[in-house]
Design a protein around this ligand. Structure first.
Ligand code: ZN
Length: 423
């Protein structure tokens, strides 16, 4: 693996004030040094426009040997983005389709989705409903270009819950289980959680309230018994990881957190009392504002059912308010998207929506350092010496032009390797 020098980079990373451009030296996939002149002895002659995709290889000699040089020209360099809520196997808005298409088709579509996420600048994703040991192994073997891939495997649902895609009138049997599993009772929960963790799941995902795309469960009503949630938490905690839960209403969030869940997905209907409880318990919130905005605008195009449309209306407007309430209560706030099917191309729009509530500094922190902390990753999510060199190089100053984060060109660097000149 070669060295890479990003010259004239305006480092934008959590907790560090704006400063003059510096150089960022990358060796063996990690950030080796940051500062003025750290590349001295490396760069000779003119280097040009990194964010435009031009780099110069083979600068000479010096203490660090040879390096490819990428001139940021004073533009922002940020950590690679982390998406805490995506679904590689979420290739449709219809749970029924996803559970009945052959897994070979779903996996190949997933490969395209993951590569597209990486090209947008997401160098790490957490899949909270889908993924399996085979997909993870294919990524490790380099069979596809993908962000670093953390997955929970199928999200676990009670019978008649958000992950039960059957039509209540038609009944029938659940499908392949690649995105959701229907699990009832503490004993079955214990076995399934142990299996998922044994097979490499990063964490466990529970569906503890109704959801937009499921046909017959009210949004607000809590799902799973306390004993079922507690068993999942007990097994995950003993294994050194955590449980995250899909929940919208205060009742469902309370039900989850009281029984040991440490991360809440969506949380759109959050109120002050519940936010205070989350903060006291150290539970994090992953807003997924992109999903509701996209389903609202493009629901017809992607086949959102009338029931789904009605449910989406209930959570759309409340999503941004929930972020404000969580922030005021001191809840740790990450960033997720939750885009199913063709809506995946809206992934960067989630940053715009969160920025409208939180501003650029907090939004970038949520999608980098905070998500990394929630995932328990200690060496990604910051532009810092010793960290993995997952970085984005933009074409301007993000602090002055926040919109570059969601609509600007960027060079994506993953573990010190340039993924794409720009996108
Ligand atoms: Zn989801």
């Amino acid at each position: 693996m070669g060295n890479l020098l990003i010259a004239n980079a305006r480092v934008f990373t959590a907790g560090v004030p704006d400063a003059e451009p510096v150089d960022v030296l990358i060796k063996d996939g990690r950030i080796a040094a940051i500062g003025p002149g750290v590349g001295n002895g490396l760069s000779h002659g003119e280097t040009r426009g990194g964010a435009h995709g031009e780099t110069h290889g083979g600068a000479h000699g010096g203490a660090h040997g040879e390096a490819q040089v990428l001139d940021a020209r004073g533009a922002s360099v940020t950590p690679g983005l982390l998406d805490a809520h995506c679904h590689a196997y979420g290739v449709s808005l219809s749970l029924d389709e996803m559970e009945h298409w052959p897994l070979s088709l779903i996996a190949l579509k997933a490969a395209r989705r993951l590569e597209a996420a990486l090209r947008r600048g997401f160098t790490t994703v957490r899949d909270v409903g889908g993924g399996d040991p085979g997909l993870a192994q294919a990524i490790r073997e380099g069979l596809l270009r993908s962000p670093r891939y953390l997955y929970t495997g199928p999200a676990l649902s009670q019978t008649g819950g958000h992950g039960d895609g059957r039509d209540p009138l038609l009944g029938g049997t659940p499908g392949c289980g690649c995105c959701t599993n229907v699990i009832d009772g503490p004993d079955r929960m214990r076995v399934r959680v142990r299996e998922l963790l044994w097979q490499g799941a990063h964490a466990i995902k529970l569906l503890t309230s109704g959801g937009v795309v499921s046909p017959a469960d009210p949004l607000a009503i809590p799902q799973f018994s306390p004993a079922e949630i507690q068993v999942a938490v007990e097994e995950a905690t003993r294994r050194g990881t955590y449980v995250t839960a899909h929940a919208y209403s205060p009742a469902a969030i309370k039900h989850s957190v009281e029984n040991g869940v440490r991360c809440i997905e969506h949380g759109n209907l959050l109120d002050e009392e519940t936010a205070a409880m989350m903060a006291a318990a150290g539970a994090s919130l992953i807003p997924t504002l992109a999903a509701y905005d996209a389903m609202d605008r493009r629901g017809d195009q992607v086949g959102l059912t009338p029931v789904g449309r009605e449910k989406n209306t209930q959570v759309l407007a409340a999503g941004k308010e929930a972020v404000k309430i969580a922030r005021a209560a001191g809840v740790r706030i990450g960033f997720g998207t939750d885009l199913m099917g063709a809506l995946e191309d809206e992934q960067l729009q989630g940053l715009r929506l969160q920025c409208e509530v939180e501003g650029i500094e907090r939004t970038l922190e949520a999608a980098t350092a905070t998500n990394a902390a929630i995932f328990g990753l200690s060496d990604v999510g910051r532009v810092q010496e010793g960290f993995v060199a997952d970085l984005l190089v933009f074409t301007g100053n993000l602090r002055e032009q926040p919109e570059l984060l969601w609509e600007g060109r960027r060079t994506v660097i993953q573990a010190g390797e340039i993924v794409s000149p720009c996108c």
